[in-house]
Design a binder for this molecule. Sequence first.
Ligand code: ADP
Length: 602
Amino acid sequence: MAFPLGAPDSPGAPLPVELNKNSARLIRMRWLAGLAMLVATPVGVYALHLPLPTLPLIALGTVILAYNGLLWWLSRRAGMSWEVSRLMATGQVAFDWLALAVFVHLTGGIESPAILFFLFHVLLAAMLLSGHTAYLYAGLVIVVVAAVAGLEAAGWLPHYDVLPALPAGLYRDPLYIAGLLAFFATTVLVTVTLTASIVHDLRERERQITMLYQSIQTLSSSLDLTHVLNQLVRGITHTLQAKAASIRLLDQTGERLEIRAAYGLSQTYLDKGPVEIKRSPIDQEALRGQPVIVEDTAHDERLQYPSEIVAEGLHSILCVALIGRRGPLGVLRVYGWRPNFFTQEDADFVTAIARQGGMAIENAMAYGELRRTDEMKSQFVRAVTHELRSPVAGAQSLLRTVTHDLAGGLNDLQRDVLRRLSDRLDALQMLIDDLLDLAAGKVEGLETELTPVSIEAAALSAVDRLASQAKEKGIDLRVEYVPRGLTVMASEEGLGRIFLNLIGNAIKYTLPGGRVNVSLEQADDEVVITVCDTGIGIPEVDLPHLFEEFYRASNVKRSGITGTGLGLAIVKDLVERYKGRISVRSKLGEGTTFTVVLPLAG
Ligand code: ADP
């Protein structure tokens, strides 16, 4: 999974979900406002005898309900794009602002207590719209209230005296108007500033927490070092809306930092080569565990090549150490578009991410090391077994010359000893073959290319090869449900090996008179292969270890049936290489069923 790529707008902009939720909230409130206007006007006029303009107020209430109905209808249409959602939010705020201005005018202009309602709207605008638009809106609110007051004072708009308690003509007093407007403007501006900054911080925090959560998930789900490093630099750059990020890891000497992943940096910059730690005070400080912020790269003495950094467009740097369980592994640097780009909170956040990153890097490195060791071991096994194969084959052919009396006659005792020797050599040959197969799968570069292979042909050919062995043992070997024309991405030899091993084992571990069934079935885009026998079964304690190399169940070790314990390890390896899965069910004394599921080709 990728890191979040940030909202479609500048930092702190509302996320689409949030925008839609707030729009819905506003629509609900507007139903109330419209209805209240329709109900409160007649009550005010006829019950309280207030001198309100009835018809205009009822008309205003109706218009509000009408455009709210339209907005409600629009908001219920699925699949609205981010742009449309934002347009709707801005449109609503603008309409409300106009409706409120008319309402204020109809209820007494500058003397109207409804002026305070504008504050709700300023608050909502600061939450709904991004920074600049919210300020623009607040400015317009002040202008419109001032305009209504001015027009009424000048007599260009009628004035409704809704509060008879106030001295008549107060709405024309310039000092009164100026004083009220000054208070109103200050309240509006303070409200918008406070709300916008709180909402901005909260959104940033939310974005960072989402990123932290997703980064933990992504990093802990991968053991591929390159993938982990790339995810880290990409994710950090996007979340902090920074210019670029890079990861340098310590080399083997521990004296230099080599670039291992970068995002947003030019190739020329990356080609600069490794950084000598003793010449880089910033990295030294970071590696000691202290996050470092370079506020302005053009004027920081700690930088070795400030001009190159500035030329790359990197104007500030945040540098933190990537620390594993055994100490520092390297440094994570994030670069800002302008000076003073990073805050202390960013440093804390990147430090938290780097801590997770350090662990993930260490795990991926350990896994890589393990794989390399495993490959070396396999290479060694391969080399040794390869060397052993010819002498064993040679010894066997010499032995055959003697046992077939081609080198003179043998007495019974000699013949018996030589037969046992030949059996041992057969077992050795089997072990060598299995070891070679196992090693082949693990040595890089030796993998065979996967092509569509007929599953039917592979199954039938294996059954054919093992039929005589089954017959000799008096075992009923059957093949069921073979769908035609199914292919899987595999190598012919590998797929054959899977069938030979599973069917061979079923025959080997089934007593004379038993049954072995092989079946193939298609299930969606997969093929399910089952090899089922009525054999000796496998003790439950051995089941979890069955696919480990050299593992043989306790019952077969006692029975004297020979084997290497490598066949199933090879089968599992092959099945996984073909992107499939294998499982086993068994009951001691009753039988065993192996199930292999492989994805169909194409
Ligand atoms: P081996 O050479 O010993 O057969 P495998 O890796 O093929 O090695 O199998 C590992 C172990 O799994 C066997 O030693 C045996 O204990 C058990 N096993 C595999 N297939 C069967 C089966 N069909 N019935 C009973 N036991 C089985």
